[in-house]
Write a protein of this length. Structure first.
Length: 220
């Protein structure tokens, strides 16, 4: 049985793509740049908001990127719950793992203030041991620094940790941290990306994560 499960946020616990896309399109529109179809944002997210806006408008100057970032956050901070929702089975999974005595944490490349606000909104009853996002001075994933920050906050041997995400960024993060990884098929990226990134497990249902972390006998 694992003692700690670390989850990615966007595309893993929550389907946030519409709100992220609307926020980016707002920023682009305000700056006079072309907007994008929401479906295209699946391949722009994953490396933090700065990288998202750089991908959305690759011709933007550094000063324009800074302005786009400001506009993105201005909009997203007011509209991050408009279309976002947990993936089916995720609230039950978190409750089951917590009931089983498994510690839970979230690491994201989204800026940390948004991570804490959104997780508190959607999962208010889950006592996460760490909610970590992008902050100044700490590299974004796939650098494993954020995973090590979780371990510092809640010390657990690496062989007792499971890392769950939906992208190659997440699988690379787990591998660099020397932690067992689980890729989820319901996120923003194709299953082939998870396999190509050497995911230790690829699952199609949240109950499979429970079985990997705890064993058979999920409550749902």
């Amino acid at each position: 049985m694992k003692k700690l499960v670390i989850f990615d946020l966007d595309g893993t616990l929550l389907n946030t793509i519409a709100d992220l896309g609307h926020a980016c399109n707002y920023a682009l529109r305000e700056m006079g740049f072309a907007e994008h179809a929401l479906t295209t944002y699946n391949y722009m997210v994953g490396n933090g908001v700065r990288k998202l806006v750089e991908r959305a408008e690759p011709d933007a100057s550094p000063e324009e990127v800074d302005k786009l970032l400001h506009l993105f956050r201005e909009y997203y901070d007011q509209h991050s719950y408009d279309h976002t929702k947990p993936y089916p089975g995720i609230p039950e999974l978190l409750a089951d793992l917590n009931e089983a005595g498994v510690a839970l944490a979230v690491t994201s490349n989204k800026y940390e203030a948004a991570v804490k606000r959104i997780v508190a909104h959607f999962f208010p009853d889950i006592p996460f041991v760490a909610l970590l996002g992008q902050v100044e001075g700490r590299p974004t994933k796939p650098d494993p620094s954020v995973v090590f920050a979780v371990i510092n906050a809640h010390p657990v041997p690496k062989h007792d940790i499971l890392y769950v995400g939906d992208s190659a960024v997440d699988m690379d993060t787990a591998r660099r941290a020397c932690i067992e990884s689980v890729g989820v098929s319901w996120g923003f990226r194709p299953v082939s990306e998870l396999h190509n990134a050497y995911a230790d497990h690829v699952v199609n249902n949240p109950s499979e994560i429970y079985n990997i972390a705890v064993g058979s006998g999920s409550l749902y």
